[in-house]
Ligand binder design. Structure first.
Ligand code: ATP
Ligand code: MG
Length: 291
């Protein structure tokens, strides 16, 4: 036995000696090993999920069931794409996570600090410049007046829009407006970012650019992102996990985890291969519903 391992075993197992001050309780991170001598670090338990969706069902009034027993745990810092055909309940589920509506049954746990939401339309204040739009979110968060300008400019820089800070929304392209909306969502400084088809109205090239920017922002900020889309390629390009919802009612119909996300592009062969697989499953779901 090495002296280091002896020390480690001693530290982990022996009580304090006679007369010594009682030791503070420390978690025992060492477990028994195969040879009973060499200490083994016990695996650390996974962190609690950032978002826990537990048996959630939703019905509007006495209408049909829109979501049926949806269960999903989303880890802190995870990037999850929620994919499904139009009308399957993606926005309904996102609104429930955002706390904008309540489930009919089941429960949703989110961080106490809440979440920020970004929609397909940027919904910027048309009379305010890009910077002032971001400053407004900072003000609502309680950031002191003297710090807002600098913080807003830093956030606009994060989304590559520093040069357009003094422009009003009508002077910006659709892609630029969505960048301001992203900066505004980041200004709210919530751990969870919920995005409902934020790039659906953009052309393919702009969307591609924004995918890169969102990925960079995600890596830099460590936000938990739930990104709703009905675009299979977009989901396969962006997510660490793609969750497919079936239609009428919306249920989790499939899940794909993507181990290697660095360097992915919309035209990457692995994105294409995954898209084929997901599309096949999506078609099955649509056929099943049509039957
Ligand atoms: N407030 C509401 N009142 C009544 N029905 C609603 C309400 N919101 C959504 N629905 C219904 O719930 C179902 C799911 O709608 P939802 O907007 O969640 O779909 P979606 O998957 O986001 O579709 P899309 O891809 O077209 O945005 C639809 O049938 C819709 O009509
Ligand atoms: Mg929707």
């Amino acid at each position: 036995m090495t002296s280091a391992s002896r020390q480690a075993r001693g530290a982990a197992s022996s009580p304090s000696g006679d007369g010594a001050a009682p030791r503070p309780a420390v978690p025992n991170l060492l477990g028994p090993s195969f040879d009973g001598v060499t200490p083994v670090l016990q695996p650390t338990p996974p962190p609690p999920p950032a978002v826990r969706i537990d048996g959630v069902s939703k019905r509007f009034g006495d209408g049909p069931l829109v979501l049926d027993d949806v269960a999903l745990d989303i880890a802190p810092g995870e990037f999850v794409c929620l994919l499904g055909a139009s009308g399957c309940g993606k926005s309904t589920l996102l609104n429930l996570i955002a706390g904008l509506d309540r489930p009919t049954s089941g429960s949703i746990q989110t961080p106490a600090e809440g979440s920020s939401v970004m929609f397909q339309e940027s919904a910027l204040m048309p009379w305010l410049t890009a910077r002032k739009n971001v400053e407004l979110a900072l003000r609502l968060r309680g950031v002191p007046r003297g710090e807002r300008r600098e913080k807003a400019l830093a956030l606009l820089d994060t989304v590559n829009l520093a040069d357009a800070a003094e422009k009003r929304p009508h002077e910006l392209s659709g892609g630029m407006r969505q960048r301001v909306a992203l900066a505004r969502a980041l200004a709210q400084d919530r751990p969870v970012l919920l995005m409902d088809e934020p790039f659906a109205a953009l052309d393919a090239i702009t969307r591609d650019l924004l995918h890169e920017e969102l990925e960079r922002v995600w890596r830099a900020t460590g936000r938990t992102i739930v990104f709703v889309t009905h675009n299979v390629r977009e989901a396969a390009r962006l997510g660490q996990r793609v969750v497919l919802l079936s239609s009428r009612p919306g249920k989790v119909a499939g899940e794909w985890r993507i181990a290697q996300t660095v360097g992915r592009r919309i035209e990457s062969p692995e994105v294409a291969a995954l898209s084929v697989e997901i599309t096949e499953q999506l078609r099955k779901e649509i056929r099943r519903n049509a039957a």
